[in-house]
Design a protein around this ligand. Structure first.
Ligand code: PGI
Length: 489
């Protein structure tokens, strides 16, 4: 049983759903907006050629989407405020007190600073977001508000210059100043929206932002510039930005503040515990360790300690690894690599090397991995966990019913084992703009007709509603035996 207060809902991100009518809903001021129409990226195929302004149109049709959530048993929705909409222009001139000593230890933002920030803010956007969150609340939905989901304002990040190796100050999370600006933004958001918010998270998947930005260009993320130094720097700056934003929000709000983190189950091809532990540490723990224990490599930072009230866990699939001769990247050395044919690295629509079904994106279905990761993360941090993303690109809704039941079953098992899982947010409620892959990937419980903006529930959305109503997967156990035995332990 999931329990009475269990949060059942869906997650979205501003950039992926807001635009749709190519009119008053367009926000041209993010790195991603520029990135997906950059000629070089279009020619190399790094991006799809689809444009976000022909998307879901949530900026205007949010009541429709909120009602859809309510109709299908949801009691919570997660989205984010786009930093670029609130502050389309630099906030650098609002000078605040900053304590720097081997890192940014404190950013103090007082009432006067907030008043100053108010002058820089786009009031229309603030008011519009307030209407959106008020509508959520009016319909009885909990508002889980995230502050940063992949996009950065253009005045902070010029992804094309970074990609080309040109000289620029606008290096996003690599620049220390971004930490300070983010703390200001966080304070401003808490100041303006706190009465409408139930839970905050500071950022979505900082690990993915760094990994896709500076190590792996396969997913077409900005700035796609290979640099292990920038990878580490951007990761540590996001940890600092999280901690400073946590402080900012806490100075104005009593609501819980967490972080959303993408974790995967790392499994080696031949039970090599050493590399599994190694990969787990680097990919799953390192970042969360910094903001819980304050340990940054060999240093201890009191100012980064105990800065999370809950962990939002995004889980999609596992990662299978194998040992290699250590590769030296200067700042880090790796003795494992990812094996094709499993996890995120499968043939779209095929089956994995383990004979498990694979999504349209090429991601293997592996729900046992969610139970594994929940155990690992809970045992290490002892913080409440909300599964803040989980879903599948499946335009035919052919595998989603099994995916859904498999993963909710994993959560039910975790709860039985006294792991504190407080909610499940599906990715996503409707099809939306899948970053570099545009509209090709359909992650919605409901189908989006991008021409008419009509949202049509898929069969799995009805299953979702049944699961919520029953408060358990009991009625759907037979789904675990198909297709190809989705649950094996
Ligand atoms: O791909 C589906 C979703 C995105 O639409 C969300 O914005 C993002 O938070 N998703 C999957 C992941 N993260 C998100 C898992 C990690 C990942 C990110 C990018 C894996 C490959 C590429």
């Amino acid at each position: 049983m999931f329990g009475e207060n269990f949060l059942f809902g869906a997650s979205m991100a501003g950039f992926q759903v807001e635009m749709g009518y190519a009119r008053d809903d367009v926000d041209p001021n993010t790195d991603w907006f520029v990135w997906v129409r950059e000629p070089e990226n279009l020619i190399t195929g790094a991006v799809s050629g689809h444009l976000p302004e022909y998307g879901v149109g949530y900026w205007n049709n949010y009541p429709l989407l909120h009602q859809l959530a309510v109709n299908f048993g949801m009691n919570a929705l997660r989205t984010n405020v786009e930093w670029s909409r609130i502050f389309p222009n630099p906030t650098l001139d609002v000078q605040v007190i900053v304590e720097v000593q081997d890192g940014i230890r404190k950013v103090q933002i007082n009432q006067e600073d907030l008043q100053k920030l108010d002058k820089f803010a786009n009031k229309e956007a603030v008011e519009h977001y307030r209407q959106i969150f008020k509508d959520m609340k009016d319909r009885g939905l909990k508002v889980i508000l995230n502050l940063s989901h992949f996009t950065l304002p253009l005045w902070i990040h010029d992804p094309v210059s970074v990609h080309k190796g040109l000289q620029t100050e606008k290096t996003g999370w690599v620049n220390d100043q971004t930490v300070i600006e983010f703390a200001k933004f966080a304070a401003y958001v808490a100041w303006k929206f706190d009465d409408l918010v139930d839970m905050y998270s500071t950022m979505n998947e900082p690990n993915v932002v760094s990994q896709m930005g500076y190590i792996m260009s396969r997913f077409g993320f900005p700035p796609s510039y290979f640099s292990p130094e920038m990878y580490i720097k951007s990761l540590l700056n996001q940890a600092q930005a999280h901690a400073r934003a946590y402080d900012s929000i806490k100075s104005l709000s009593k609501k819980p503040v967490g972080i959303i983190y993408s974790a995967s189950a790392y499994e080696s091809v031949n039970q090599d515990k050493v590399i599994e532990e190694n990969a787990n540490y680097l990919m799953n723990y390192l970042f969360l360790d910094v903001i819980t224990s304050g340990k940054v490599f060999f240093q201890e930072r009191q100012d980064l300690k105990n800065k999370v009230d809950f962990i939002g866990l995004n889980y999609y699939t596992r990662t299978v690894i194998d040992r290699i001769k250590p590769v030296d990247f200067g700042v880090l050395s790796l003795e494992w690599t990812i094996v094709d044919g499993y996890g995120y690295n499968c043939v779209p629509g095929g089956i994995s090397k383990d004979c498990r079904p694979v999504s349209d994106f090429g991601w293997e279905i592996y729900p046992e991995g969610l139970l594994k990761v929940l155990k690992l993360i809970y045992n290490r941090y002892r913080l409440p966990i909300i599964v803040s993303e989980n879903g599948i690109a499946d335009s035919r809704d052919w595998l989603r019913p099994y995916y859904l039941v498999g993963h909710l079953y994993a959560i039910e098992r975790a709860i039985q084992e006294e792991i504190k899982v407080i909610g499940y947010l599906h990715w996503s409620i409707v099809d939306n703009y899948e970053w570099a892959r545009g509209y090709h990937m359909r992650f919605g419980l409901a189908e989006t007709d991008y021409e008419t903006k009509k949202l049509t529930p898929r069969p799995s959305m009805f299953i979702f509603r049944e699961l919520v109503k029953n408060g358990s997967c009991d009625k759907f156990y037979r789904y675990l035996k198909s297709p190809y035995e989705i649950w094996r332990i």
